[in-house]
Design a protein around this ligand. Structure first.
Ligand code: ADP
Ligand code: ZN
Ligand code: ZN
Length: 754
């Protein structure tokens, strides 16, 4: 029997047909549920997710029998009138709380209610207008006549007619201010039926364009621009390989201009939106309010506004800049997708599902819209460059910097060399120290890169060698000097710095290794008159954390900026003449098939911050392995050499772009159950998949938050059918989950693992 409609939530669908098809593709390609994609894709204010709220039953029986867990919940409910499921979990210290809650419901102790999460609230502003029949000149004289004894009200009406000549809606605030009146006076006029009030919905974020025209492209830029447009005649995707500071952004801007003229929408993806204030500033100068930013740190309401503007195909969000999740917006007619710094690992979502790669998912989305895709990077990923070399993508090379400034001169400092070792001052070789001193004395700025935050990785006992470990993870704790704490970088577990060794009671404790905090302190001692700033996860919290640090460096309030890889991401400073890489080696020896590629990208990108405007910059790399191929390639700016070598290794060792990878991660608190289940899964995969299966392997950190971890890697050869393989994997996982003793083992699937 048909039921009555209770409520219409949306007048029009908030999701388009194309989006649904795209999300279905993501779910099937990345092996997750469509629900996972929805949750990752939509601002929660549009999802109307409901939440369970637990409260005490008003007519609760007189103190019924309650086991411990029930009593804990009961107690918490007496202090706080209602609890969310999440809160009950923390009261009981476990995830599975519904069995207990169900019992309490049956005993009439608590009630469970579904409540809908925060929904979108439009930002409304109050406006006034005269009743239509009074809007004419004749209306005015009649009005003044009616109001001749109410001087204040008359003034307000006159002020209204004055403002009206600007032909813009007149807000209540504006009118009251202009007339020097109060809102009570206005209210009297509304009550008399002279004025009426109405509301207009406003966007929370607004940009004014400066009406600036775009700069002339240099000859090299123009050539690249022409190459891109002509490649687009034949290919949907084009890779722009342009060295750092070659002026890629201006080329993107020109292309956006051409596409925006046709009325189509543009999506501009960047790896880290918090670092793009500069870019947003540059684009809004030309395109004003056509630019919308989709920002995970924006409020729900702000995100819904962008969503709705894009859905309506409104001019206000014709050009969207965003991090990876912006590709889920409801585009109506997408004409161009730009993916800047396409090599960035941040484009791949790790947790939670959908574990999609934004570059690859955007290429699929563009195809659905018939849009073009421009990938840009100074250090393209092996995958994309391979696609360009084999002709799948078009390729445009831009080999010179804008303004013909030379790429920086790279100098290596061998840390093994006795000569330099003798001259070490803390972690600074004399060569590096001298160059910093010179740059500072010329009023130039310096960037120092150290890929580790905190003061030093470990605190070690000199008597017995004991290193304090996290209680919940298999890692040593990191020493943070400023707060005098040891902290786990995986679960946040923190203790005060011990005064003696917990194993042998010795007080002989020393720090080993070094992080950004220590570099900052050492440098402050070497150059006490200069300001040393630091940019890492610890100093950039909050909505404008990044911007504050970047601005103070731009404004030259900070002379030297010490930081982690955040420094590598497309920042443009014009007064930096020296970049120092404190230790190149810890990146190189990561247990990962992409380690050399990433080290190259990181070093080349950080180096690219040096000498960007007029003067050739300098880069100093401190390393124990100056003859390492990757480091040599960085010194020669030899991307091609790096690419050829890495591609060869990928082919030999069966890695992407030749083999596709599916990585499975298993987690459980019980070590034996985990290893047994991982072995089961590995065996069945090996039997049923006719391809290499690796594992089960203990990752570098074998336990996090008290859960043991094992990984299994499936390597899919180029000739195998991708869909068929995934179907088999899915089937095996289904039968795995059906085995009772493995039911609580958490399994995550990561397709195209990065
Ligand atoms: P990339 O993104 O390739 O590293 P940018 O686009 O940041 O390089 O450009 C580097 C610098 O050169 C910026 O300061 C930019 O303003 C300037 N620039 C680039 N192209 C032009 C141009 N055509 N006219 C004037 N300045 C330009
Ligand atoms: Zn000890
Ligand atoms: Zn931990």
């Amino acid at each position: 029997q048909a039921k009555e409609i209770h409520q219409i939530l949306d007048e029009k669908p908030t999701v388009t047909q194309t989006q649904l098809e795209h999300w279905q593709w993501i779910a099937s390609y990345y092996m997750c549920s469509l629900g996972d994609v929805f949750r990752g894709a939509m601002p929660s204010a549009l999802l109307l997710e409901s939440e369970t709220i637990i409260s005490l039953q008003p007519e609760m029986p007189e103190m019924p029998e309650m086991p411990d867990e029930e009593f804990l919940i009961y107690q918490a409910l007496q202090q706080q009138s209602s609890l969310r499921v999440q809160e009950v979990m923390s009261v009981l210290g476990k995830k599975s709380v519904f069995p207990v809650l169900r019992q309490m419901m049956e005993k009439n102790i608590v009630t469970l209610q579904e409540e809908i999460s925060e929904t979108y609230k439009p930002k409304l502003q109050r406006y006034v207008r005269l009743f239509p029949e009074l809007e004419s000149q004749q209306g005015l004289s009649e009005l003044l006549d009616i109001l001749k004894n109410a001087q204040k009200q008359k003034e307000l009406v006159l002020a209204y007619f004055q403002l009206k000549t600007a032909r813009k809606p007149i807000s209540v605030k504006e009118l009251v201010e202009a007339a020097g009146a109060t809102s009570t006076i206005l209210k009297a006029l509304v009550d008399k039926g002279i004025f009426e009030e109405y509301y207009i919905q406003h966007d929370r974020v607004n940009f004014d364009d400066d009406g600036l025209s775009q700069p002339e492209l240099s000859a090299a830029q123009q050539k690249a621009f022409d190459s891109i447009t002509s490649n687009f005649e034949e290919k949907d995707v084009n890779l722009l390989h342009g060295v750092t500071s070659s002026g890629k952004t201006e080329i993107y801007t020109r292309l956006i201009d051409v596409v925006a003229e046709t009325g189509k929408q543009v999506l501009y993806l960047v790896p880290e939106i918090a670092l793009t204030a500069q870019l947003v500033g540059r684009l809004t100068k030309y395109f004003g309010n056509k630019v919308a930013v989709f920002h995970s740190k924006y409020s729900n309401n702000e995100r819904v506004e962008v969503w709705q503007n894009v859905l309506a195909g409104s001019e206000n969000a014709q050009i969207v800049i965003g991090a990876r999740s912006a590709l889920f917006l409801p585009f109506q007619d997408l004409g161009l997708v730009i993916i800047d710094e396409e090599h960035e690992q941040l484009f791949k979502q790790q947790d939670p599902a959908p574990r999609y790669h934004a570059r690859d998912a955007a290429i699929v989305l563009a195809k659905m819209h018939g849009a073009k895709v421009l990938l840009g990077s100074a250090t393209p990923s092996i995958e994309s460059y391979h696609n360009a070399e084999t002709g799948k993508y078009g390729l445009t090379e831009l080999t010179e910097r804008f303004g013909s400034v030379l790429l920086p001169d790279v100098e290596l400092v061998d840390l093994k060399d006795k000569y330099f070792r003798k001259q070490m001052n803390g972690h600074f070789s004399d060569v590096l120290q001298e160059h910093i001193g010179n740059a500072l004395s010329l009023g130039e700025q310096v960037i120092l890169f150290q890929n580790r935050r905190g003061y030093s990785p470990v605190l070690e006992c000199l008597t017995c060698g004991h290193v304090p470990q996290c209680q919940h993870c298999d890692v040593s704790l990191t020493y943070h000097k400023f707060k005098n704490q040891l902290r786990c970088h995986y679960c946040g577990y923190t203790i005060a710095k011990p005064t003696h060794c917990h194993a042998c009671n010795s007080v002989d404790l020393t720090t080993k290794g070094f992080g950004t905090e220590q570099i900052q302190l050492e440098l402050q001692q070497l150059f006490p008159k200069h300001t040393i700033g630091r940019m890492d996860q610890d100093t950039t919290k909050g909505k404008f954390g990044f911007e504050k640090i970047i601005d103070s460096f731009k404004n030259r309030e900070v002379d030297v900026l010490v930081g982690t890889q955040m420094l590598a991401k497309g920042l443009d400073f014009d007064n930096v003449s020296l970049v120092g890489i404190m230790n190149a080696d810890n990146m190189l020896y990561h247990p990962d098939f992409r380690a050399f590629e990433r080290s190259y990208q990181m070093m080349a990108q950080v180096s690219g911050r040096s000498g960007r405007s007029s003067k050739r910059g300098k880069v100093i790399i401190q390393t124990y392995n100056p003859m390492h191929n990757t480091i040599q390639q960085v010194t020669r700016n030899d991307y091609a050499g790096m690419f050829t070598e890495q591609l060869y290794e990928r082919r030999i060792y069966k890695y992407p772009p030749f083999f596709k990878l599916i990585k499975l991660t298993l987690r459980h608190r019980d070590f034996d159950r985990l290893t047994e289940s991982a072995r089961w899964l590995y065996n069945v995969f090996s039997q049923h998949l006719n391809m290499p299966v690796l594992g089960p392997e203990e990752p570098a950190i074998g336990r996090i938050r008290n859960e043991y971890i094992r990984t299994i890697m499936v390597k899919i050869p180029p000739e195998a059918k991708l869909d068929g393989t995934k179907k088999t994997v899915r089937k095996i996982l289904d039968s795995f989950e059906a085995i009772p003793q493995y039911r609580n083992v958490k399994v995550t699937v990561n397709v195209d693992f990065y």
